[in-house]
Design a protein around this ligand. Structure first.
Ligand SMILES: NC(=O)c1ccc[n+]([C@@H]2O[C@H](COP(=O)([O-])OP(=O)(O)OC[C@H]3O[C@@H](n4cnc5c(N)ncnc54)[C@H](OP(=O)(O)O)[C@@H]3O)[C@@H](O)[C@H]2O)c1
Length: 349
């Protein structure tokens, strides 16, 4: 067996088609993984739409996945053929996940707890990494709330708002903020998800369908003043267009911090009173993020095993790799709500 099916983007802003490419061999320290589930992220349609990140075509996309170890590279300890793992892929053709096999560094994988399916495990890597980097990692990777994952560090009584509380990133941010004992945790999301967000740790919900971004700062201010005497020093904007960022920045108290998941769109003259905007980039594959990423991946494995953090909801897509094309369109149209779309590359197209 030397070839695999891959979903290939033929050029900048081009077309996707399933076609054959070689199965790579693992180098020292790497695993070859047979991908059983590959989750979709907004960046996957944005790469095609805006011709960003990827520099070489034809290109394979996708970075969230779960599967079985197929082959172990030299020097790897702790993994064997058949182990069920989840991991974050990357945008090189051998490391991307919209295909049947990919390579990953062995120290950036975690074992799937028995109670979880491949689909559930595939929801984890990018969204979790984004939320955990933003909150825990040292600067400049994150805002350094707890870079050593010290269980004694708590933020009891400190309020926080999560804009886009039901986005994939927002769902993990809420769980991590709950783990850090922030309170109240106010989610801005559709009210249909209220009970689920409360299960994950949100204490209050502001309905995004009833309160516009322009009205959000006053709604936040009312709620915060009713629930705590502490100022709102942290806003996690997991949605992050200009209007969301403006609402996040306005809601935040002087000297506070706004986390954004997309580039900062505010003009310099809109920034006042020592508030900081921090843009997170959630990949463990950059040279400067690799060390913290490896450390985080170990903690992540334990948190999922112990149930400290639960995976996001998964919705399985039909038609194997081909199903990704419609899935990306659905995501781009804004029709995905509080769920992760997951494709199955081993299924026939
Ligand atoms: N920087 C990074 O490393 C990084 C990593 C991952 C993602 N991102 C970016 O983060 C953003 C979210 O990605 P994701 O994968 O988490 O998204 P996602 O799960 O695809 O987001 C879907 C959610 O968006 C919510 N939404 C739509 N309009 C909204 C609004 N006006 N206000 C609040 N929420 C709204 C919907 O909420 P309701 O269902 O409640 O209506 C829906 O649940 C994207 O822009 C993505 O590119 C960045």
């Amino acid at each position: 067996m030397s070839e695999q099916n891959s979903l290939i983007l033929d050029g900048p802003k081009g077309s996707f088609a399933v076609s054959k490419r070689p199965i790579p061999k693992p180098s020292t320290g790497e695993l070859l993984v047979k991908i059983q589930a590959a989750a979709l992220n907004p960046v996957d349609w944005k790469i095609r739409e805006h011709d960003m990140f990827v520099t070489e075509y034809p290109a394979v996309l996708g970075s969230d996945a779960a599967g079985d170890v197929e082959e172990v590279g030299e020097g790897v300890v702790g993994w064997k053929k058949g182990d069920r793992i989840y991991f974050q892929g990357y945008y090189t053709n051998d490391q991307a996940t919209f295909q049947q096999y990919c390579l990953i560094p062995a120290d950036l994988a975690a074992k799937i707890p028995e109670r979880y399916s491949y689909s559930q495990a595939a929801t984890i890597s990018v969204a979790f990494t984004c939320a955990a980097f933003a909150l825990f990692a040292p600067r400049p990777i994150g805002i350094s709330l707890n870079p050593n994952f010290d269980v004694a560090i708590k933020f009891t009584g400190q309020p926080v708002v999560v804009i886009g509380g039901s986005t994939s990133v927002g769902l993990y941010a809420i769980q991590l903020l709950h783990h850090l004992s922030f309170s109240p945790i106010i989610a801005y999301a559709s009210s249909t998800h209220e009970s689920y967000l409360r299960e994950l740790g949100a204490t209050h919900l502001i309905d995004r369908r009833a309160v516009s971004f322009s009205d959000l700062p006053s709604a936040v201010s009312n709620l915060v003043s009713k629930t705590t005497s502490s100022p709102l020093k942290l806003v996690f904007d997991a949605f992050s267009g200009y209007d969301a960022q403006k609402a996040a920045y306005t809601s935040c108290a002087d000297g506070g911090e706004v986390i954004t998941v997309n580039p900062d769109a505010l003009k310099p003259e809109e920034k006042v009173n020592g508030k900081n905007i921090f843009q997170v980039v959630g990949t463990v594959h950059f040279p400067h993020t690799r060390e913290f990423g490896t450390k985080m991946w170990k903690v992540l494995g334990k948190w999922f095993e112990d149930g400290v953090i639960v995976p996001n909801r998964a919705e399985d897509l039909p038609n194997g790799l081909q199903g990704i094309v419609d899935g990306l369109e659905k995501m781009k149209s804004g029709a995905v709500s509080c769920v992760k779309l997951v494709a199955h590359p081993q299924e026939a197209v």
